[in-house]
Design a protein around this ligand. Structure first.
Ligand code: DAH
Length: 373
């Protein structure tokens, strides 16, 4: 039976005490009943409603009706009970809301249904090619080195034997950081155009012998098309020791190309020019798509432009002028020699995965990228 406020027969202390004990125990019984926020609100209104809530009723039926001599005792008891009930509501409120929203959640979720499967990401094909190529060299004892993308003119050009105003700088289509004119040229900042500056940075830190590969992002002022992008990726390599020869360079790169593209790939070294290597070469690999024939059935082979050969990277023996910049760290050009190479990873990834448009790598289309998942 729901509690109703009784009229009091008299206002003796024992009657009052009994009445207040009943009231409190009714309240405590009712506190445990609400099962939803709506029920809890109903319960709260039953007790606190200004118009006809239980607390208002005891004000009328008990306090107002009390004779003069009992008023102060009844008033004190009524105040105690009000404070008690109001405190209990303040305490229970958070709990009641939490309990009811939990109950509603369980009504909405059918925990026997299979969950929503969120796709986990996949390694980007360019980064995967980069990692796999680095791993080929790591298996030959090379370590990984890295350097900053925003670089100084000194590391990107000067210490790599590009003299100021030398025409070789023009081939790099450099993107310069604005507002650097007041600095001396070697301190001006730019977006590195190749990973070669990390050769110098590493040789400044580590004395010879050294064998490193350097993966990283580079930038050039090239408009985007099927084979160009203003942002692309390179892997640089550097080996310095006593008595490193061009034969070491050829053997190392021939092995790496066979490991990466397949053991039937042949290599060919053709003379070239880079300011930081002497002699310099371009490494070509036999086209692993047409097997070197230049044709696919009756069609011309596009990746090798029907030549049967694909340009893979630039390389050469480290120019003694480069060692001069790090001579104080043990790189005396009379005592050490070395080779270096640099390759475009995006190109390598295009070839390896048979993709015909470089832009696909950078457009973020999940349907394309999830092929590597
Ligand atoms: N840095 C050159 C470029 O981006 C590539 C390169 C060529 C790197 C020859 C080398 C090298 O280390 O020896 O065009």
């Amino acid at each position: 039976m729901a509690y109703t406020v009784p009229k009091l027969k008299d206002f003796s202390t024992s009657t009052l005490t009994m009445a207040f004990v009943d009231l409190k125990s009714a309240f405590q019984t009712e506190t445990a009943l609400p099962n939803s926020e709506a029920e809890w609100k109903q319960f709260r209104d039953r007790w606190l409603a200004r118009k006809n809530g239980i607390l208002t009723q005891i004000n009328g039926l008990w306090l107002k009706a009390a004779p003069k001599e009992a008023k102060s005792e009844v008033g004190k008891l009524v105040n105690d009970v009000k404070r008690f009930v109001e405190q209990e509501f303040a305490k229970d409120r958070d709990w009641a809301i939490a309990a009811s929203s939990l109950a509603q959640t369980f009504q909405r979720i059918d925990i026997s249904l299979p969950g929503i499967c969120r796709p986990i990401g996949a390694e980007h094909p360019v980064l995967r090619a980069s990692r796999e190529m680095c791993a080929v060299f790591q298996r030959m004892g090379y370590s990984i080195a890295e350097g900053p993308v925003v670089e100084t003119d000194y590391y990107n050009f000067e210490a790599l034997n590009f003299p100021p105003n030398h025409p070789a700088r023009d081939t790099q289509d450099t993107l310069f950081i604005a507002g650097q004119q007041s600095k001396p040229q070697r301190e001006r900042l730019l977006l590195r155009t190749h990973t070669s500056p990390v050769q110098i940075r590493t040789m400044e830190k580590l004395p010879p012998p050294i064998r490193i590969v350097i993966p990283g992002v580079v930038h050039r002022n090239d408009p985007p098309d099927a084979s160009h992008s203003p942002m692309f990726h390179q892997i640089e390599g550097l080996a310095v020791d006593t008595n490193i020869t061009f034969g070491d360079l050829k053997g190392t790169l021939d092995h790496a190309m066979k490991e990466f593209f397949g053991s039937s790939v042949k290599t060919s070294f053709r003379p070239s020019f880079f300011p930081f290597t002497e002699p310099s070469a371009e490494l070509y690999i036999s086209c692993f798509i047409c097997g070197g024939s230049g044709r696919r059935g009756s069609d011309p082979c596009r990746p090798c432009k029907q030549t049967g050969w694909i340009e893979a990277l630039g390389c050469g023996m480290v120019d003694p002028n480069v060692f001069e910049f790090v001579k104080d760290n043990g790189y005396d050009p009379k005592k050490v020699s070395g080779f270096a190479f640099g390759m475009g990873v995006d190109r390598v990834a295009l070839l390896k995965y048979g993709v015909d448009d470089l832009q696909l790598f950078f457009q973020g289309d999940v349907r394309f990228l999830q092929q590597w998942a």
